[in-house]
Design a binder for this molecule. Structure first.
Ligand code: TLP
Length: 345
């Protein structure tokens, strides 16, 4: 069996999900008549203590809809230079919303310095774009799957309130942060006007994310979801899988975190491999190969592939390895052994 550590997006729906999908009651969700979608949205809104929620096809669309809902063309959004929304969402906010990304340096813990945020907010002046919102990410993918300190988001929210800015959280892996901090989804998202989180990563659903916020925000977001082609019909078959993920698979994310630690510890013993500082906090191991080892990352990943191990390349000398539902203890040991073999001079 292939050991696929490229991402937790590769998780397959579990047998319980497939059963729930087969039995799901459905209706037309554009008419808001799909009972399974409605149940999932209500549950998610309750969980985050927000007024309402919207089922969307992907994390990318959840973030895009949030931005298009909060901003007008020519508005500016403050975000980290390593934010997923900036790096990996095909520039949707600019292409489709005319929104300008104002990127500030992400620190290694996923934060952006408060003084930098403060300084980036535009004064009201006819020359300037209007600063409209701030987006944060938790867990922060490119910073190593790190968890944002709760106190930090309170500080950012204070700045946002002072300047009447909206706060959005890209919480694709919010529940990894919940499990890691032993806090609640509601507490970790209390400072945000809108939050998107994914059902299709560690929670194993084949498709789907949830966008949460006030009722007025979600009413507007529903219209924008339609505009971008995300209005789906008898989509309870997919929401049913999301329901199983959200109600039964959150606690087991702990196993992914435990396995990521074992993987990092094992790999760190291999000469030439350096685990990045801060890694792993949750389910992502970021590591680098000492440049003196005369093998490129693509050579290494090709060799691992021959042992049926797939890894993600991250930077010139680096890899990202993501643990998830379909990676067991045995897979971790096999991966360590395979790296050990590949790294032998
Ligand atoms: N991230 C994917 C790739 O796009 C890089 C991955 O393998 O990690 N926010 C964050 C923080 C994400 O990590 C991702 C997916 C998304 C949003 C987008 O989610 P989808 O893939 O559902 O559009």
């Amino acid at each position: 069996m292939v050991i696929d550590l490229r991402s937790d997006t590769v998780t397959k729906p579990t047998p319980a999900m497939r059963e729930a999908m087969a039995k799901a009651e459905v209706g037309d969700d554009v008419y808001e008549e799909d009972p399974t979608v409605n149940k999932l949205e209500d549950y998610a809104a309750d969980l985050l203590k927000k007024e309402a929620a919207l089922f969307v096809p992907s994390g990318t669309m959840g973030n895009l809809i949030a931005i298009l809902t909060h901003c007008q063309r020519g508005d500016e959004m403050i975000m980290g230079n390593l934010a997923h929304t900036f790096l990996y969402e095909a520039g949707g906010m600019a292409a489709l919303g005319g929104v300008i990304p104002h990127t500030l340096q992400n620190e290694s813990d996923g934060t952006i310095r408060l003084e930098a945020i403060q300084a980036a907010i535009r004064e009201k002046d006819v020359h300037f774009p209007r600063t409209r919102m701030i987006t944060l990410e938790n867990t922060h993918n490119r910073c190593g799957g790190v968890v944002l300190p709760e106190e930090y988001t309170h500080q950012v929210a204070k700045i946002a309130q002072k300047h009447d800015l909206k706060m959005h959280l890209d919480g694709a892996r919010l529940f990894n942060a919940v499990v890691k901090t032993k806090s609640t989804a509601a507490a970790l998202t209390a400072d945000f006007d809108s939050v998107s989180f994914c059902l299709s990563k560690g929670l194993c659903a084949p498709v789907g994310s949830i966008l949460c916020g006030s009722r007025a925000f979600i009413t507007k977001a529903r219209r924008i979801r339609k505009q971008v082609g995300g209005g789906m019909r008898q989509v309870g078959v997919l929401a049913a899988a999301g329901w199983v993920g959200l109600t039964t698979l959150v606690d087991r994310l702990e196993d992914d975190h435990r396995r990521a630690k074992i993987l990092a510890e094992g790999l760190s013993q291999i000469p030439g491999i350096k685990i990045r500082p801060n890694s792993p906090q949750t389910n992502m191991v970021f590591m680098d190969i000492d440049p003196s080892i005369k093998k490129s990352t693509s050579e290494i990943s090709q060799q691992l592939k021959m042992d049926e191990i797939l890894v993600g390349e991250a930077g010139l000398y680096g890899f990202r390895l993501v643990t998830h539902h379909d990676i067991d203890d045995n897979a971790i040991q096999k991966t360590i052994a395979a790296f050990s073999k590949v790294m032998r001079p």
